[in-house]
Design a binder for this molecule. Sequence first.
Ligand code: ATP
Length: 568
Amino acid sequence: MDARARRRLLRIPRRDPVAGLLLAGLLLAVLVMAAAPLLIGADPLAVDYGQAGSPPSAAHPLGTDSFGRDVLARVVHGGRASLSTAGLVVLITVTTGAVVGAVGGYLGGWADLVITRIIDVFLAFPRLVLAIAVAALVDGGLGGLVLALCAVSWPGHARVVRGYAMRLRDEGYVVAARCAGASHWRILWSHVLGTVLGPVVILAMVDVGEVIIGVAGLSFLGLGVRPPSPEWGGMLNEARAFMEDQPWTFLGPGAAICFVVLAVTYVGDAIRDGLDPRRPRLPERRRRAAAPPREEAPPSGAGHTVPVLARVRDLAVTAGGDRILSGASLEIRAGECVGLIGASGSGKSTLAHVLMGLQRPPLAVEAGAVELFGQDTGGWGREDWRRVRGRHVGLVTQDPLNALNPVLTVGAQLTEAVRAHHRASRARARAVALETLALVRLPGPLERAYPHQLSGGMRQRVAIAMALVNRPRLLICDEPTTALDVSTQARILEELAALRATLGIGMLFISHDLRLVTQVAERVAVLHEGRVVEYGEVGTVVGSPRHPCTRRLVAAVPGTGVAGSPRC
Ligand SMILES: Nc1ncnc2c1ncn2[C@@H]1O[C@H](COP(=O)(O)OP(=O)(O)OP(=O)(O)O)[C@@H](O)[C@H]1O
């Protein structure tokens, strides 16, 4: 677990005081159970018929049962059996499920087929019925109970882990590890199991509650811990006959089961939320009170009265305490192209995401403002952003394969994009889609192609068509040509410039290559460590760069003759 995850875990009691209290209660309960022989004087097995069925008193705070045994001592000692059995079951099931699921999902083929069939067989039976059958078959007291609960619990874990492993199998870093010659077992251990560990631990926490109920349930049915040894489920079973006359005999174990199951489940949930770096630290946007705009932004086409399409003012963005953007400002006017340039990690994509309202926790806007079409986006809600994204602002990213759905044809995706914003018939939407394909110089029949059937350049054109299909007023291009070869890059740039002229749209062109920016942009903003350090006409910025970072970027363009500092 990395330091950030540890910090997030330690912050849980502050973020969620109820979880903190329940965790403290659980730890206290475990401590009391562990030190039971020292703390509780009464013997949980000592029978005293003279005291049988006594109500709670100073000598017996939870009363005695029908054999005169101290209920408090039995609850505390019984908790040791319940919790240790549950812990053992969870440990075995999580390990088995993770290993089996990871092997099946990662290896695929016959191994996966056999594993999934076995999982299916286990999952086909109702959990409790299967557990009862196994426990009855083994008839081995505590050992049989553990075996029965493991038998019904591991398939659920295996199925979840298998799903993760199948996805991870084709992840770039796993493929890279394969290409580097790593063995299957090494990849399984460090890449697959290492990655699924987080979700598996969370699943295990949530499972603890269910297993405690399982232990209690089987013991209640006489299939677990054997009398006279105390165990919560077994105690409930014994108390059943005396429920009306001696209610205290079932209140103790009943309350213990309820508390532990509720506390473990709640704390498990809180840990899952706490470990998820995408969860917000505060309810989103609590800081901002501005009313969201209910009016749709002005439509594209004739009649634009707002010259500035986007304005970013002193934008400060953090991610879990780290500053990503600090006081970034720029504006994009209708019809112009602004280049945003900076070294890797300077915050370019983050700025683009904030402009599209796409930032997710841990990224948080701490200060400053983003205006789109003259409106402050600070108070916009999900629906406001949905109406603007794709309709008035389009985004083109550097990886079109990620932006396109692999199982839908190009035509279907373009049509869907039109219909997301317009009440257009399928035929009308298709006509717009074809028109847009022509605009990016792709032939109409391509609408029937799937993304994987296209070349990199064609895919990027489709991604541009997707961004333009609703004729937005502002296009954000986040390194749109990075993944392309030089000649395709040049063609795409020419086409973007032509489209800008034809459609009259404003454009933010993000790149780390100043040469590209000078080809398409009129003005350029240089981003360095989250700050716009230089902003102006391309000719001025390139001709007489003032900031060392700009000088470095300019120096990297052959033929400029400007000396740059060693580091940007
Ligand atoms: N979701 C996130 N959580 C935490 N940190 C993030 C997140 N997104 C971005 N960052 C951090 O913000 C910084 C800027 O990232 P960003 O992707 O905006 O840079 P960039 O200039 O676009 O880089 P590149 O040119 O390499 O794409 C980086 O240090 C990155 O680690």
